[in-house]
Design a protein around this ligand. Structure first.
Ligand code: PMV
Length: 352
């Protein structure tokens, strides 16, 4: 009997966003314990919606559909994730999970979906635990811990706004195990910051993030990177609190370029930057100088850029981007996003 022929005893649906790290997580110990602290904001539009229906079955197990199509190739990764999470959620050994997912952003758009997908799944698993044990509301620190076991950056996607993951002596609640909301209140300008995601290439990366994290283990700059990330985390929290946009942009660009410098100086070294990535960087910096408009960039582990700017400049930036940036993009693709409010439980009546 296939899973969909069962009647679920419990089910839930969560929508969870991706996030952009300003201080980057790069390098890890087992299992997804970060080498350094990271700070990110949760996005608004780039989301994964995941539904999980369960029914009793000894030994557990799972099926996975993406956009309604069965995806057996993803099952080994999901099964490893369920093995890692079952010590936290013993019910996973007694129920079969029918998982269905959908992304708001186009497949192969160059946006990493692991943060949104693993956080959406973790939230569903926590919600089902709460239903089975009658213990609402769900524990977001547990959701963050579980999301981390799927993909490190996903730990930061279970809350809205600005979040910190990784132990910092200065922040007593911080942890390597789960993210927490940033323990300072960002100025209004950072609570609705724009992030236009500029797609330079949607091709699969030549070196995966997992490999990049691994190469940090013997990296000659490992100690220096830890110190840089710690001091950038402290400085960033000050800039956010003080509303210092110029200092924020300098720090965001320093972190983005440092991430790629770490890749280039790994052994073996590599670069994920594309000629158009560098061209956009030059154009952002020269337009910032000419216009005095505080626009900056960040990069993930790939060739695509995030163009960051305050809401007050949205219309000038839009005009400039249409002329100077959009022609450099693959299929002229820019995804206009901004700081978001975090995951949402979707109250839909779900049938199988
Ligand atoms: O979560 P992972 O293993 O895909 O690593 C993400 C690493 C960066 O996106 C480059 C930085 C970050 O902190 O999100």
């Amino acid at each position: 009997m296939t899973p969909t022929e069962h009647t679920y005893t419990h089910s839930t649906t969560w929508q969870s966003p991706s996030n952009l790290a300003i201080v980057k997580y790069w390098g890890k110990k087992e299992v997804q314990v970060p080498l350094n602290p990271s700070v990110s904001f949760t996005l608004s539009k780039a989301v994964t919606t995941t539904s999980v229906g369960i029914y009793s079955k000894r030994g557990g197990g799972a099926s996975f559909r993406f956009d309604g199509i069965e995806q057996p190739l993803f099952l080994p990764k999901i099964n490893i994730f369920l093995q890692l999470t079952s010590p936290f959620l013993p019910y996973l050994n007694d129920f079969f999970l029918d998982i269905q997912s959908h992304n708001s952003f186009p497949h192969s758009s160059g946006i990493a979906s692991s943060a949104s997908s693993m956080s959406a799944l973790a939230l569903c698993l926590c919600e089902l635990e709460a239903q089975l044990t009658n213990s609402h509301p769900i524990n977001l620190r547990l959701a963050s811990t579980l999301a981390r076991l799927g993909s490190g950056s996903a730990a930061r996607s279970v809350y809205g706004g600005w979040n910190l993951w990784g132990r910092m002596a200065e922040f007593s609640e911080s942890s390597d195990d789960f993210a927490i909301p940033l323990p300072v209140t960002p100025a209004p300008v950072f609570r609705n910051l724009h992030d236009d995601i500029v797609i330079i290439s949607s091709k699969t990366k030549s070196v995966s993030s997992s490999e990049g994290h691994r190469l940090m283990n013997n990296h000659p700059y490992k100690t220096g990177r830890l110190l840089q990330a710690q001091s950038n985390t402290l400085e960033l929290t000050d800039h956010l609190k003080n509303g210092d946009v110029e200092a924020f942009i300098n720090l965001a660009e320093n972190e983005a370029l440092s991430l790629h410098a770490l890749m280039m100086s790994s052994s073996p070294g590599y670069t994920l930057l594309h000629p158009n990535t560098l061209e956009v960087i030059h154009r952002v910096r020269s337009w910032r100088r000419e216009s005095s408009i505080p626009v900056g960039f960040s990069l993930d582990a790939g060739p695509n850029l995030h163009i960051l700017y305050p809401d007050a400049y949205a219309s000038s930036v839009k005009d400039w981007m249409a002329e100077a940036i959009v022609p450099l993009c693959e299929n002229q693709t820019v995804i206009r996003d901004r700081v978001g409010d975090g995951p949402q439980k979707i109250n839909e009546v779900r049938s199988n």
